[in-house]
Write a protein that binds this ligand. Structure first.
Ligand code: NI
Length: 259
């Protein structure tokens, strides 16, 4: 059965969900969420991510990668660990999340860049899409994707918050989708007007749980059930039914991640 909605980005292995995990899954399934993709963060998040995807193999699909905020001076060792996992298991749907984050700390920019590039190469080698985290770093990300882009490279710009020009640049790569989450419901973000102009064939839905919950849940913990709120908002912006949004974005995610 094809799921109604897919949350393409949720950190449900995080400690924020330990207490009421079963209810979080139940609420997501009530809203029609049939698949939840789990982006990896660092060495420490792997065990519980694997545990969840083995306990619920139809619902949770893991990714493998090192998040830019967790890249260290030992980046080569970290990338080797990623490759070891990629070579040992075949249920990863992507290399992610990877990218560059210059919002908090710029001191390891060089290592972040090298880690990102090396993980793009792994994605091409293992024929997987990449899930890109770009925060205060669009120029650096675009430089690297410009250099590495090829017909085999596909992926998502996760939690997209850029401009219409940046959206077009992503679309023009050919193999990339735009991941839209709760920020599209924020009044001052301006993302709603950008998303209104992006054709639906380029969009996938996400929550980035436990972060960035949509209105009216701001300030609370985000969870996968709220991906339906994001779908409803995009439906309003494109003046189509929420069912149509679900159909198109689920199709997009299924095709991109090989679900
Ligand atoms: Ni994330």
């Amino acid at each position: 059965m094809i799921p109604t909605l897919i949350d393409t980005h949720a950190h449900l292995y995080a400690k924020e969900f330990l207490e009421d995990f079963d209810q979080v899954i139940a609420r997501a399934q009530e809203k029609g969420v049939g698949k939840i993709l789990l982006p990896n963060i660092d060495q420490e998040s792997i065990a519980r991510m694997h545990f969840l995807s083995q306990a619920h193999p139809k619902l949770f699909i893991p990714m493998m990668g090192i998040h830019p905020c967790y890249v260290t001076k030992e980046w080569e060792k970290q990338v080797n660990t990623v490759e070891t996992h990629l070579s040992q298991a075949n249920n990863y749907c992507a290399v992610g999340e990877i990218g560059i984050d210059l919002y908090w700390d710029k001191t390891l920019l060089d290592q972040q860049k090298k880690s990102f590039r090396a993980q793009i190469k792994l994605a091409i080698k293992y024929k997987l899409p990449i899930v890109i985290h770009a925060r205060a770093s669009f120029d650096e990300i675009f430089d690297i994707v410009d250099a590495e882009n090829c017909p085999e490279l596909t992926g998502v710009f996760h939690c997209f918050t850029g401009s219409t020009d940046q959206a077009h640049r992503i679309i023009n790569y050919g193999g990339f989708k735009i991941g839209v989450g709760g920020v599209v419901t924020y009044k001052n973000a301006g993302l709603d007007q950008v998303v209104a102009q992006i054709p639906l064939e380029h969009l996938v839905l996400e929550t980035d749980s436990p972060y960035l919950p949509p209105v009216p849940y701001r300030g609370k913990r985000n969870e996968s059930a709220y991906v339906s709120v994001v779908a409803n908002k995009i439906a309003e912006l494109h003046d189509v039914s929420p069912t149509k949004i679900a159909e198109i974005t689920t199709y997009n995610a299924t095709a991109l991640f090989g679900l």
